[in-house]
Design a protein around this ligand. Structure first.
Ligand code: PLP
Length: 407
């Protein structure tokens, strides 16, 4: 059971107001607010332990290194991976680009098939389109059914063609759908293909370890799990990472450099060119400590309740269309919707005036928007600091939308 008041008190931003109105932040799916524990971890690393990593032998540098590599071990273990299998990147987008570039260009050629799905974020589409452009491989799409679930029959049909890799999201950032990653992994591996999973929306909302272990590559982005921007993680199978060439060149990723050329560092450093985001890594480990102190299953239960409350309220409002699965059981912590006859940007603006922060737009999911036949939607996404009063305020502010646009 979540002690909501105690958790809310840990977020400085909840002191903020929109004019005189307190803020109901329902946009954590875009980026999460940060609790004091994460801010303190960042401040302490910068203020008290700041020295570049992997280079110094004096005590401060050793401290900074220990924090950074300790964070790697902590974060990797949480997703069932050893440090060599835990690569820090700038964000999830960079992690997917790393795989598409390094693994893709050395393993994929003309006529090969890469499979993605219609419910992906552009981060899990465009790198594969760029790979197709560079290599002549083909892109196949898993369809989405009318309930907002992946159509596994269309996956099976594509798997008959033995794709090189299947790239799928764990939780859709638009439909909220939780995809059955372990089942998908069984099917993908039976076809001899690799599986990359985008865990961006899943990592803050649910236990992802089994899915991360089932996948060959699993990516997350720090800023959605209460950590700062500037850090993501690629969890990958050691044998695959070991066989892949580096993504970018520079300091730290090399073992030797001569006039003639360079040799590569061990894993995971081969993929971490230049000064890595060591302060952000410390903060990301602190974020996972903070999440696990509360308990990810309790967080899931709390946010499930908020999603259920939202779906139930929306079902009683005749002019609201909800996208994605009907049951909160099948959803992560978000609800995407449209108000009949009102543009999503107008909805978001009117809600914003009432202090209710939601996102309107295409949510970086162009192919899904085309499939849904809309150009944009409005999305409310929840975090552990949200309360049922926040949902009440969303519903009340939607009443304002109706009053302003009603006939
Ligand atoms: C499902 C999903 N994948 C990938 C991303 C990209 O995350 P980032 O921009 O931090 O790389 C997002 C961010 O909105 C997302 O929701």
């Amino acid at each position: 059971m979540i002690d909501h008041a105690a958790i809310a008190a840990q977020f400085p931003f909840l002191m903020e107001t929109e004019g005189d109105v307190p803020i109901a932040y329902l946009d954590s799916g875009a980026t999460a607010q940060k609790p004091y524990a994460v801010l303190a971890a960042m401040r302490d690393h910068v203020a008290l332990h700041n020295a570049n990593v992997h280079r110094g032998v004096y005590p401060l540098a050793v401290e900074s290194d220990a924090l950074f590599e300790g964070a790697r071990e902590r974060i990797g273990a949480r997703f069932g991976r050893i440090p060599e299998e835990t690569v820090f990147t700038k964000n999830a987008t960079e992690a997917i680009n790393l795989v598409a570039h390094s693994w893709g260009r050395s393993n994929v050629g003309e006529g090969d098939l890469i499979v993605t799905t219609l419910m992906e974020h552009h981060a899990n589409i465009v790198p594969w389109q760029m790979l197709a452009e560079a290599t002549g491989c083909e892109l196949g799409w898993v369809e989405v059914d009318a309930e907002g679930q992946l159509d596994l029959a269309s996956l099976d049909a594509l798997l008959e063609r033995k794709p090189k890799l299947v790239a799928v999201t764990h939780v859709s950032n638009v439909l909220g759908t939780i995809n059955p990653i372990e089942e998908i992994a069984r099917r993908v591996h039976a076809a001899g293909s690799l599986l990359l999973v985008d865990g961006c929306q899943a990592a803050p909302a649910m236990d992802c370890r089994a899915a991360a272990e089932a996948a060959d590559f699993y990516v997350i982005t720090g800023h959605k799990v209460y950590a700062p921007t500037g850090i993501g993680v690629l969890f990958g199978r050691r044998d695959l990472l070991a066989a892949m060439p580096p993504f970018m060149g520079g300091g730290d990723m090399i073992r030797t450099v001569t006039r003639e050329g360079a040799t590569w560092n061990d894993l995971p450093f081969k993929f971490e060119a230049g000064t890595p985001p060591f302060v952000q890594a410390t903060a990301l480990a602190a974020a996972f400590d903070w999440i696990d102190d509360i308990g990810i299953d309790d967080i899931r239960a709390h946010e499930h309740g908020l999603v259920e409350q939202t779906l139930s309220a929306f079902s009683q409002m005749g002019d609201i269309k909800v996208f994605g699965p009907a049951s909160a059981d099948d959803r992560g912590a978000l609800v995407t919707f449209a108000v009949d006859g009102v543009h999503p940007h107008d909805v978001a603006e009117i809600l914003g005036r009432a202090g209710v922060c939601v996102r309107a737009g295409h949510h970086c999911a162009g192919p899904l928007m085309d499939e849904l036949g809309v150009s944009s939607t409005t999305r409310a996404s929840f975090a552990v600091h949200n309360s049922s009063e926040d949902v009440d305020r969303l519903v009340a502010a939607l009443g304002d939308v109706r009053r302003i646009f009603g006939d």
